[in-house]
Design a protein around this ligand. Structure first.
Ligand SMILES: [Fe+2]
Length: 169
């Protein structure tokens, strides 16, 4: 292959990517993002199910608010998965079964109050994962992943404020 042809034919191999982030670092970042993607999907499904099943005086406000939230989570899953691809790794295709085990039988009888409390716990869990991953991305010089995670943290922390406000008398 001539030098010119080589330049025009960058390697498709993950190992030979040259974007200034080592293969090991890209692997670790992709692993963090895969965990975040799985949690995002699980929270998306739970939020959607609660949108359908919420009852009581808070029905309308929660029904509408949860719709906004699951739409945002759905869009976020795409952004996170595509960042994993940009880092040279496959978005999870097996063994993730994100829907499995998300809803336990107690969800059927949950009050609106229980649902909001449950969502607060899940948003807090995802915020902890994202903060850790954002710090790791910063350490590895991956400003793009860090920036994406800062945007996601902003969303989840705003949702936490709103969910807490609902529970305040
Ligand atoms: Fe709906």
């Amino acid at each position: 292959m001539s030098k010119a042809t080589a330049v025009l034919s960058p390697s498709a191999s993950v190992e030979n990517m040259s974007i200034g982030i080592s293969a090991d670092d890209r692997g670790e970042l992709s692993k963090d993002l895969t965990d975040i993607l799985t949690s995002t999907y699980q929270l998306l499904i739970k939020t959607h199910v609660y949108h359908w099943n919420v009852v009581g005086p808070m029905f309308h406000s929660l029904h509408v608010m949860l719709e906004e939230q699951y739409n945002d989570l759905f869009a976020a899953a795409d952004v996170i998965a595509e960042r994993i691809r940009a880092l040279g790794h496959l978005a999870p295709v097996e063994g993730s079964a994100p829907a499995k085990g998300v809803m336990d039988s107690s969800a059927k009888a949950a009050t609106a109050h229980d649902m909001v409390n449950d969502l607060i716990g899940d948003h807090e869990k995802i915020v902890r994962l994202m903060r850790k991953a954002a710090n790791s991305a910063a350490d590895k010089g991956d400003a793009v992943t860090e920036d994406m995670l800062v945007a996601r943290l902003t969303f989840h922390e705003k949702i936490l404020w709103m969910l807490r406000a609902i529970l305040t008398d």
